[in-house]
Write a protein that binds this ligand. Sequence first.
Ligand code: TRH
Length: 390
Amino acid sequence: MRAMRTWDIFCNVVDNYGDIGIAWRLARGLAGEHGLDVRLWVDDLRAFRHIWPAIVVDADRQVCEGVTVCAWRSPFAATRPAEVVVEAFGCALPEAYLAAMSEQSPSPVWINLEYLSAEPWVAAHHGLPSPHPRLPLTKYFFFPGYTPDTGGLLVEADLAERRTAFVQDGMPAFWRELGLAAPRADELRVSLFAYENPALPDLLDAWAADSHPVTCLVPEGRVMPQLAAWLAVPGLRAGDTGSRGALQVHVLPFMNQDRYDRLLWACGLNFVRGEDSCVRAQWAARPLVWQAYPQAEGAHWDKLGALLAHYTGGLDGATADAVSGIWRNWNATPGAPGMAACWAAWRERQAAIERHAQAWCGRLGLAGSLAGKLVEFAENKLKWRVFSNS
Ligand code: TRH
């Protein structure tokens, strides 16, 4: 029997939780579903612990969920490179490690995992090689995406099954664990994970003015000061609550990735941000509003437009407008309608949006599983290397 393939994934935490969130999800999938021997090198274990509290922040090496998690320190200690090396989001591998890669024969398969985008250029760039300027190494660009001709999306093989079981039987216990009553029949429960956002006060005003109860669950994070200002309180932390009109606000602790998934499955509408939570909200089969990570010169508006075009394709005009309106307002897209009108339109088309969110999940599967495609990509390159070295 062949020894387990070895993989190294390198992750540099720049800010927020998306980079480590994606690297961790990928590492767990490669080890758990593909039986690979995975090391995950992370330069900020404190940020990692935020999304996975079992992580010990001062351990040089620890095994968690079948993955060997290694502290990426500088200078980088001599290490034999793995057969497949994943550089997450162009994080720049340590020079010593690169030199060691170039001394291996055959040399490792080196893949740069790129950011997710629904933009049409992604498919044409997926898989392209880039030779190293000095060393005899080639890096390949692997682009996640929403269509079969891209690198696909992170998803576990049993996700739909786990979600269905949770929705059927797990919700009452989940609400109890969070210290909340089950939702009333006419109540809309919303989760809110967001960057600071000038549109937030208008959104909260719209919810406060709703004709039915709205409960907003907010994991602790960057919107706390804005939320506190709107509630006219000096500050907020996990466990705090507030209310105005029809709106009840509950601040939740930041939870581990698996529990956050359950929050997305349990809520009737999820506000998400960045990349990973956006995909998880789509897999939740619930309506979502996405806040793209703000970039210079409005580059994120192109990303937003591309995902909106994909997501709303095939919807009737009024429903597509209701989805686009609130997404565009939430992202301060030029010319977006005002929030009160957006919220009224969303409420008006809510039932159709909910049906679409369910159907969308099925269509998402067509893109394929990112971990599965990555393994296939690497295996093809490895086979070719063995062949060309023999
Ligand atoms: O944290 P983010 O804003 O990360 C962003 C994006 O990835 C963006 O593309 C990148 O360029 C920028 O950082 C630097 O949003 P994202 O991607 O949704 O990642 C959040 C992670 O946190 C995700 O894995 C879900 C997880 N999470 C929890 O585990 N528990 C929680 O309570 C919450 C709210 C999130």
